[in-house]
Design a protein around this ligand. Structure first.
Ligand SMILES: Cc1cc2nc3c(=O)[nH]c(=O)nc-3n(C[C@H](O)[C@H](O)[C@H](O)COP(=O)(O)OP(=O)(O)OC[C@H]3O[C@@H](n4cnc5c(N)ncnc54)[C@H](O)[C@@H]3O)c2cc1C
Length: 461
């Protein structure tokens, strides 16, 4: 291995880490649930260097794990426990290549941090809408490789919907130059879409052309109380029908989940009079003004109160208050993690079936695991819920997950909505692919990566 590392060192000009302590942060995932091993961590500075490293690995059969910010939730960004593994970090590939306001596009290296893309867009009086809790650490390459969702999917779509072009280093080291900023392009198969959501198993994304939008002038946020998920769905349908263009986020949180947040983070308080069983975090944006955003939100809430869909609401009157409301939502994972063992799920069902799913799954789990506690929250407007459970003493997480997954399927849903399969859900997802899906997926993997060196053991078991 020492000779091999010397040869790899000579093959490209970027950074190469081989020390145990230097490599450690790259070998364990953000949740600290998975740890792997690698001979080295490569930190290339250019696409050409990525290609050189990949060619070097392909010649020796070394397996490559692409890594961005290492914030993924499914263990896809860390290597397996054994084998000739190399982590290829895109961290240093972090240039903004071009901003084209007239085309409403930005072209970036894959290692650019999501928040940097948002800020660069804002500096050009444009808006890049992808937004999620890890935006200060995750990279555009990771966002695209996992087809990340986040809080504004309802209005702007997920990472796939925001991407027009890609540059990819293929598993044999060839560079695919697909950095096209076209909104219409029917010239053959859509190769770009194959890489989005492939979690590093088909190639390494090194660059992307992303869509920009007009910058909203105003933003208004509310925390509303609702009696049940059915009422939440009724509120959603009415607000979406009356304010389709303004409605940007529609998040559901259980009272139990928010109770954990206010207990664990005493600085955070619910700005409503009485406790409720369920809460909504709703955000409106308006292209013209802050006042318009707030007035439209208040009108929508008044109608929802009048119709009996919501029981109370508090609208943030400053940016600081709006941030505090979002903190309530974003701290749920951390707060629940502090209070016990959690079985995590990232499911989606058709929006029309979300309330039925919640009722059926809660009942089925309560029946089998009476000591467990549902910690339900998520992007209700997309039908995507982080349908988590705090386990009771001795509860079998896998058996509880099997019940949840059964209910998801019964509602025509998916067990992997926005976090990717990684190593967390790949076996379960594969087992429930139909034969045609398995054949096509295997054929694609074999066509792109016949030697199987790209992120093995992820997505496809
Ligand atoms: C606090 C927190 C909140 C989050 N909230 C959300 C949310 O609301 N919505 C949501 O969708 N996700 C959320 N996530 C998870 C989210 O998927 C990741 O944060 C992000 O999209 C992954 O980016 P990353 O750069 O960290 O990728 P990594 O974690 O480094 O990698 C993730 C996967 O992508 C692959 N990969 C990374 N870069 C490349 C590349 N350049 N080319 C090919 N493959 C690559 C890796 O091999 C791995 O399989 C959250 C995570 C945290 C920690």
């Amino acid at each position: 291995v020492t000779d091999a590392l010397a040869s790899l060192r000579a093959a490209f000009s970027g950074g190469l880490l081989t020390g145990v302590a230097d490599m450690a942060p790259f070998l364990t995932d953000w949740r600290k649930a998975w740890t792997g091993t690698a001979h080295a961590v490569a930190l290339p500075d250019s696409t050409d260097d990525v290609a050189r490293i990949v060619r070097w690995c392909a010649a020796r059969g070394w397996r490559i794990v692409p890594q961005g910010g290492n914030t993924g939730q499914s263990g896809g960004s860390v290597p397996e426990a054994t084998g000739d593994n190399l982590v290829l970090s895109l961290q240093r590939l972090n240039r903004i290549r071009d901003v084209d306001p007239a085309n409403d596009t930005i072209s970036v290296d894959a290692g650019v941090i999501l928040q940097t893309v948002q800020e660069t867009a804002a500096a050009h009086d444009r808006f890049f809408p992808l937004s999620l809790g890890a935006e200060g650490s995750c990279t555009i390459g990771g966002n695209l490789a996992t087809n990340a969702g986040g809080t504004a999917v309802l209005r702007y779509g997920n990472a796939r919907d925001l991407c027009l072009g890609l540059e990819v280093v293929m598993p044999d080291g060839e560079i695919w130059h697909g950095m096209r900023g076209l909104r219409k392009d029917n010239s053959g198969y859509d190769l770009r879409d194959l890489f989005i959501g492939s979690e590093g198993t088909l190639g390494i994304i090194t660059g992307a052309v992303l869509k920009l939008f007009p910058k909203p002038a105003g933003r208004a946020t509310t925390l509303a109380a609702v009696a049940s998920p059915s009422d939440a769905m009724a509120a959603f349908a009415a607000i979406r029908a009356s304010h389709y263009n303004e409605l940007t986020a529609f998040e559901l949180m259980s009272g139990f989940a928010l109770g954990l947040v206010t207990t664990q983070f005493p600085g955070l308080r619910l700005p409503l009079g009485a406790p409720a069983l369920w809460y909504l975090l709703i955000e409106f944006t308006d292209l013209l003004s802050e006042t318009a955003a707030r007035e439209k939100l208040e009108a929508a809430l008044a109608a929802a109160l009048e119709a009996g869909h919501i029981t109370d609401a508090a609208v943030a009157t400053s940016l600081a208050q709006s941030r505090t409301l979002w903190q309530l939502r974003e701290r749920i994972s951390e707060a629940s993690g502090r209070t016990g063992k959690i079985a995590k799920h990232d499911i989606a069902v058709p929006v029309s079936r979300a309330a039925d799913f919640i009722a059926a799954a809660h009942a089925a789990v309560a029946d089998a695991f009476p000591a467990s506690k549902p910690i339900t929250f998520g992007h209700l407007g997309d039908g995507n819920l982080h349908f988590n459970y705090r386990l009771g003493d001795g509860d079998d997480a896998a058996a509880l997950t099997a019940i949840v997954n059964h209910e998801v399927r019964a509602c025509g849903g998916t067990i992997s909505a926005e976090h990717g399969l990684g190593v967390l859900r790949h076996r379960e997802a594969w087992a429930h692919c139909n034969p045609a899906e398995q054949r096509m997926t295997t054929a694609l993997k074999n066509a792109f990566d016949p030697a199987g060196i790209m992120n093995p053991g992820k997505v496809i078991p």
